[in-house]
Design a protein. Structure first.
Lengths: 398, 398
């Protein structure tokens, strides 16, 4: 039988990152391609202890069906953290637990977009979110991302030119892949433009806790007087990625639609780990634990930057992140990075080509993404030397 | 701001079961409304032991990101079980892990249906699946379910009248809510009609392991020579519902589209519990454990049936299931069950009205669903007496 697929999925291809990941089964390859947190960031002993206690004292609850909105005490603890750490007024909003931060983004689009509607994104942006929008039949339109954020004027023009734009998707802090943190001034200007056009903002903040230099910038949600911001985040980068616990805080009315959509996607998120997560938050030192992760990533990022500073030819530019997991490198003179990435893989170093993050899937990219949370110090030193040598050879020759 | 929602979700309302569940916070109510497995069906000690070992020896893997398709050894173990227990030829198919059985159903619809396409269902059917189809913009069309299955002739007519039907959704064994198990003959006839119309069959089999009387009937997937069956099931009823581990086995080409869709919904299913599930399957006695659940449910079902036999007036009919979790009761003379259900709730007994399971959301129903896996023996005796008395009063008076 010849199978016929839905229009919205027929055009959706497995991401370029997935294809690169497949090549990573070769253990001789040094990977800077991951988006994974370091396994050192998992508080294994604490989780093991608390987990044993849950099996002993609350297994009948933890292994049974739960509510779609999530485990009540965890929702409360998350809201408290959002108020205290991110200055978010949770009173007019509702917070639910999602299966990873990814699900919150996908549900928001499902609730708001019809097929053919537009989601405006920073360009480049997170491939998982772009594909979530596309899988709902929405079209992604990019606004170039500069060092202080997207250009408000260009955003205004883009929204004017796309009256069926429903969502503005932004990763304002330690952006994936570009590592950019937009300024407070930029955020306020962008917010006002979104407000003017009646567009909902999805603020995706999975890396917000991972600052190891500089000072915090207020979240969009913290000054969301019009209640147009859906704030998505997760515990993937601060407790465990594999457990798939995320959360969304947003306008009650929108969240209630998202709950209906979540119910038919997976009924609810793994309840045992929701309880485990809540107990870690309330019985252990989450802030102390996160401080340790920040030190670790600060050190790894410094090492990668100093290796780049020492070896990469000066015509290759790269960001100097103050947090998060990624450095974004740009090749000289608008060169497409695809050839560079392929050559790097031949030299047993995996990086992700910028094309994987393009809003326009056919557009070229002169950039690639480096991850420093996963590789060992030794691999950082060896791998950066290899791709620096490659850059010197490829571009000095020209 | 006034929020505008997508067409496909705007019409989707929280299910009637959800509303009934909210009333269950009153502990004085006896609930026959759940779809939950008994907490006695969770192998807590085994899971606790294996879990401790995973934290000790494979935490870095279990807490890290995994692949969207699921944990390889678990996929292999599931396939082996499908071959050995359900006579399913897995060679031409692919099996992936989903976040509960629910996700498999939803992903299949997302992969195959455009907005406006039709999913043909047994009427009544599982509300979670019906809403999953609706959330993808599909329209659900019912074919009445009789004791041997849906009528092949009516199915043929329905498919002829709906050329944009893409999926036939069937729960052939211990159907939810009606408790019906269709005959082998019926299944073959239904299969041939689906084949003739080029329609994909979703075979949902979450209760297939829960037979406590009678003999097994071959799954659709076991005779799927045309490779048109997507088989969905889960561990919710045999290990733990809260862990949200399900699986789908279907044609490779369709599954690969579903993987792309799953990636943008939740990246992957909780990896720790996938590993835990695999270790339970391979290191403990899953069949022995399931035998215990069957005995428990067989005993509970017998008790509820004998109480119904003893007290319910004869003009109320009910099914005599050979497995699963539910008894389906039908009131005399086409009476709508809504009033009965409301009156029962006043007498502190919760049951689910048949309208909750209707393909046509506006249609009335003369039936309601009883669950016997959750209530205690004492509650079964007290609760059945109360609703039997209610039926006698309501209908004897007429």
């Amino acid at each position: 039988m010849e199978y016929v697929f839905s229009n919205k999925l027929a055009s959706l291809k497995p991401s370029a990152i997935r294809e690169i990941f497949k090549s990573l089964s070769d253990p001789s390859i040094i990977s800077f391609a991951a988006g994974n947190p370091s396994p050192l960031s998992f508080p294994v002993e604490d989780l093991a202890e608390l987990s044993a206690d849950i099996f002993k004292n609350s297994a009948a609850k933890a292994l049974q069906y739960g509510t779609t909105e999530g485990y009540g005490p965890l929702r409360d603890a998350v809201e408290e953290r959002l108020r205290n750490k991110f200055n978010i007024d949770t009173a007019d909003n509702e917070t639910i637990i999602t299966t990873g931060g990814q699900q919150g983004i996908e549900l928001a689009c499902k609730a708001l977009c019809n097929e053919g509607d537009v989601v405006v994104c920073e360009n480049p942006s997170f491939i998982g979110a772009l594909n979530a929008f596309r899988s709902n039949g929405a079209r992604t339109v990019g606004v170039p991302l500069a060092s202080e954020g997207i250009d408000p004027e260009m955003l205004d023009k883009t929204l004017s030119g796309n009256p069926n734009a429903k969502i503005l998707y932004i990763i304002p802090t330690f952006q994936n892949p570009a590592g950019v943190t937009s300024t407070a001034e930029n955020r306020h200007m962008v917010y006002d433009i979104a407000k003017k056009h009646g567009v909902i903002i999805i603020e995706d903040n999975p890396y917000g806790e991972l600052r190891f230099a500089g000072t915090d910038v207020p979240t969009y949600k913290s000054f969301d007087e019009e209640n147009i911001v859906i704030y998505c985040s997760s515990f993937s980068k601060i407790l465990s990625a594999g457990m798939r616990i995320g959360y969304v805080c947003g306008p009650r009315e929108i969240i209630s639609k998202m709950v209906v959509a979540k119910q038919v996607e997976d009924v609810h998120t793994n309840l045992f780990f929701q309880i485990l997560c809540h107990r870690f938050m309330t019985e252990r030192d989450l802030d102390g634990h996160i401080a340790g992760i920040r030190r670790l990533y600060g050190r790894k990022c410094s090492l990668m930057l100093s290796e780049l500073d020492g070896h990469m030819p000066p015509f290759v530019r790269y960001t100097r992140p103050e947090g998060g997991l990624f450095i974004w490198c740009t090749l000289p003179g608008g060169t497409s990075s695809d050839t560079f990435v392929k050559e790097a893989l031949k030299r047993k170093v995996a990086v992700v080509p910028g094309t994987a993050f393009n809003c326009d899937t056919e557009a070229p990219s002169d950039s690639f993404r480096l991850n420093y949370s996963m590789p060992s110090d030794e691999d950082i030193i060896t791998g950066i030397k290899r791709i620096s040598d490659l850059a010197s050879e490829m571009f000095q020759a020209k």
